[in-house]
Design a protein around this ligand. Structure first.
Ligand SMILES: Nc1ncnc2c1ncn2[C@@H]1O[C@H](COP(=O)(O)OP(=O)(O)OP(=O)(O)O)[C@@H](O)[C@H]1O
Length: 224
């Protein structure tokens, strides 16, 4: 469960990036976060994994108040949250295997367990044959699938994706959506920030619309 109570984030400019946001997202929900460029989508997602602190208001993740989280607690929060970015953010000097294994190794998991989970996560995205490649030897779509495997390998409660298919073509976008839907079907709460309205026409889910930092619409999909 994600809960925001009157959350405002100001970077010190004229108007806040996110204004007075109050939102409840139950476990297992799938939510699109839409809005024009600069509407506050990235800021909203960044606060959920404690990359930014709200200026005012409270944020609870699974009843844990993360509003004033201490830096030592952030790694524990991030074990529950997978994040996927538009520009993948893979470590270029590491292999595909090492990129996906990283979070598990940081948690101190045993070597055989790490390799089993990494193999499963890569199989899930159809790239188990690319284990020893470096990210730049792969296509953009493959790199994003590796990034998704990295996010999902820890079985996150929440998956945050910020314009994950912004630089990718339509076919790859649909592959990626299937991966998000599968993770959601297994119980992961998914928040997907996107400009691409064709996605929610094709896969109708809850849509939250931000405008100048405010939530101006929160629509459930029409049944039927
Ligand atoms: N680190 C920062 N420092 C100062 N201002 C920022 C910072 N990050 C974002 N902003 C400002 O906050 C506002 C919201 O930006 P944000 O990136 O959250 O919007 P967005 O909806 O994700 O936009 P886009 O779709 O272009 O990525 C914008 O006016 C932006 O310029």
């Amino acid at each position: 469960m994600i809960q925001l109570f009157n959350v405002t984030k100001s970077y010190g400019g004229e108007s806040p990036a996110v204004k007075d946001l109050s939102i409840q997202i139950p476990k297992g929900d799938f939510v699109y976060v839409t809005g024009a460029s600069g509407a506050g989508k990235t800021t909203f997602l960044r606060m959920l994994y404690a990359a930014e602190k709200p200026t005012r208001g409270q944020i609870l993740i699974n009843n844990q108040n993360i509003t004033r989280i201490r830096s030592g607690q952030i790694p524990y929060l991030r074990r529950k949250i997978g994040v996927v970015f538009q520009d993948f953010k893979l470590l270029q000097s590491r292999t595909v295997y090492e990129n996906v294994a990283f979070a598990l190794e940081a948690q101190g998991k045993k070597r055989y367990e790490v390799s089993k989970k990494v193999y499963q996560a890569l199989k899930e995205v159809g790239l188990e044959h690319r284990l020893q490649r470096k990210p730049l030897e792969l296509s953009g779509g493959e790199q994003q699938r590796i990034a998704i495997a990295r996010a999902l390998v820890v079985d996150p409660l929440i998956l945050l994706a910020d314009e994950p298919s912004g630089n990718l073509d339509q076919e790859v976008t649909l592959d990626i959506m299937e991966l998000f839907k599968k993770a959601n079907a297994r119980g992961t709460t998914v928040l997907l920030a996107t400009h691409d309205h064709s996605l929610h026409r094709r896969f109708p889910r809850r849509v939250m619309t931000l405008d100048k930092g405010r939530l101006i619409a929160d629509q459930q999909p029409v049944e039927g």
